[in-house]
Design a binder for this molecule. Structure first.
Ligand code: GLA
Length: 551
């Protein structure tokens, strides 16, 4: 009897090793092969937007029902609070409402081939950014050479290449846009690389997207432009008065004639604060997102900008960049919507490893709807931090690992490459609705490394509907076999295992049975575990709010 049981068990393991490797081979040995795993989207509509959206009473609403599928398409929304309307042709929900509360809005998209629905919970209250922001930022591609045309090129490409249909929303201008103070608010005005910033914001909004901007609490940003505090009461900066700047108002010094990363002695707080002036100006331009950046971030200046932004009748996502001190994590979670947990990422495996796998797990308790730990921007596609761009130096497997981990971490997803030059492979990494759904899950739980076995790591993220997202990672230099039994994650009963990148169910196993697969060097497998009976969880330590579903 016993022998039969052992043979049966061995057969079961073999079956799952085979089924996971045999039927849908992982990209093993594919170090340089750019295998697209994301299936092409169907021609029928698929509503891909976030399932929850936060809006403050009285603020202008802009929520796009991001949907893939053939155009023309029509949209409808059932259950919107009074004051909000959907544009039937574009799917953009706009207007203003003063009615606090939670509204289950059924969004329907229809084309000649069919229709699709998704219920979106509109929460009208104090909290915004209820899912991690998704968008683009200029720094990892253009660095300080960012310009209005370059921003517009990525904006247009976000629309034309269809990223907009997968929830990509923000177009964020990083350091390099600033000129000097002026205008009716004596606020930072753009430099000559941005001849019409209001026009730029309008064009971004016209496409259904949102605009972000950058500043610092220091007198000078990392790239040598003026910040939101000033040594002079009238908003003039001594180094500009003295002529120590170039034609785009960047600080030029003897020790740093290029003005890049202007020397640390210029990085101090000015006695006079212009945060109200700047916030007013941004609201007037239609800015939707602020990256506020210095190091080390101090409580008072972080709070001051929070207050200035909240005075505006506009929902502006407040993203703090640092490195933010862990000792003040509760303050960052309360005062800001995103907080940078790391130094600057670069397009190398070492950088991805140290930022992604070695520095995020202790932020888990502070991550959640409205306040997201930020492990920095994405490093796929054409990057360069300046005029000359190059394809990311991450291998294809490392890129799958990167996007899978960021989705599991519920990280803000900010594309760092020039979207205008984006190829199909990179596009497939960013337009997989099931991967994005993991990042955007309304529960907002950050994954936790439940098992670290040498270079093999297993990260688990609980999702709102009671399923689990599981990332199996091989951080080592050789291919290896990884696996688990659902009981390792506290599941009892039967489980469907879905390969998220391929969007295919690949196994159905009992909680005691093992699922195994081979992973190439630096590769991963992103899985979704759907317990048949989602009440069948047992507790396991280390996971916030477990179990936290309504059954
Ligand atoms: C810091 C930030 C980067 C970028 C630059 C701009 O280094 O960490 O993300 O914003 O400043 O100067």
């Amino acid at each position: 009897m016993k022998r039969i049981t052992i043979i049966m068990m061995l057969l079961t393991v073999a079956t799952y090793v085979f089924s996971s490797v045999g039927s849908t081979p992982p990209p093993e040995g594919s170090a340089d092969e750019r295998i697209i795993l994301t299936p092409p989207p169907p021609h029928e509509p698929r509503v891909n937007c976030a399932k929850v959206f936060g809006l403050r009473p009285g603020s202008e609403c802009r929520f796009l029902v991001a949907t893939s599928g053939d155009r023309p398409m029509t949209f409808s929304a059932k259950g919107l609070p009074k004051g909000l309307y959907i544009n039937k042709e574009t799917g953009l929900v706009s207007g203003r409402t003063s009615r606090r509360g939670e509204y289950a809005v059924v969004m329907t998209a229809t084309n000649a081939l069919g229709s699709d629905q998704r219920t979106v919970r509109f929460k009208v209250g104090d909290e915004i950014a209820l899912t991690p922001p998704m968008g683009w930022n200029s720094w990892n591609c253009w660095g300080k050479t960012v310009s209005q045309e370059r921003v517009m090129a990525s904006t247009r490409a976000m629309r034309d290449k269809g990223l907009i249909n997968y929830g990509w929303t923000y177009i964020n201008i990083d350091d390099g846009w600033q000129g000097i103070r002026g205008g009716r608010h004596n606020a930072i005005q753009p430099n000559k690389k941005f001849p019409d910033i209001k026009g730029l914001a309008d064009s971004i909004h016209d496409m259904g997207l949102k605009m972000g901007i950058y500043s610092t609490a220091w007198v000078i940003t990392f790239a040598g432009h003026i910040g939101s505090t000033c040594p002079n009461a009238d908003g003039t900066y001594p180094w500009i008065t003295k002529g120590n700047h170039n034609d785009i108002y960047k600080l030029v010094t003897d020790d740093d004639p290029t003005g890049d990363r202007a020397s640390w002695r210029h990085h101090y707080y000015g006695d006079y604060s212009f945060t109200d002036n700047d916030a007013r100006q941004w609201a007037e331009w239609g800015v939707d997102y602020l990256k506020y950046d210095w190091y080390p971030n101090d409580y008072d200046h972080v709070e001051e900008m929070n207050v200035s932004l909240r005075k505006q009748k506009r929902d502006i996502v407040y993203s703090l960049s640092g490195i933010c001190l862990y000792s003040l994590a509760p303050a960052w979670a309360r005062l800001t919507n995103c907080f940078r947990t790391t130094g600057d990422i670069t397009d190398s495996w070492t950088s991805l490893l140290s930022i992604g796998f070695n520095g995020q797990q202790h932020w888990t308790g502070f991550n959640g709807p409205g306040h997201w730990a930020d492990p920095d921007m994405l490093i796929v596609g054409m990057v360069g931090w300046g005029d000359k761009l190059h394809p990311t130096r991450l291998t294809p497997d490392e890129q799958y690992t990167h996007i899978s981990l960021w989705a599991l971490l519920a990280a803000p997803m900010l594309i760092g490459c020039d979207i205008a030059q984006m190829d199909d492979f990179t596009l497939s990494l960013l337009c997989n609705r099931e991967v994005n759904d993991i990042d955007q899950d309304p529960l907002g739980v950050q994954a936790y490394p439940v098992k670290v076995d040498g270079d093999r790591q297993t990260w688990v993220k609980q999702l709102e509907d009671g399923s689990l997202a599981v990332g199996l990672f091989n951080l080592g230099e050789d291919s290896t076999t990884v696996g688990f039994a659902p009981k390792d994650f506290g599941i009892l009963g039967e489980v469907t295992v879905r390969d998220v990148w391929r969007q295919q169910d690949v196994a159905a196993i009992k909680h005691t049975e093992r699922f195994e697969c081979r992973l190439p060097k630096h590769g991963c497998r992103l899985l979704l575990l759907r317990p048949k009976d989602c009440k069948s969880y047992i507790n396991y330590p280390g996971q916030k709010g477990w179990p936290n579903h309504k059954g």
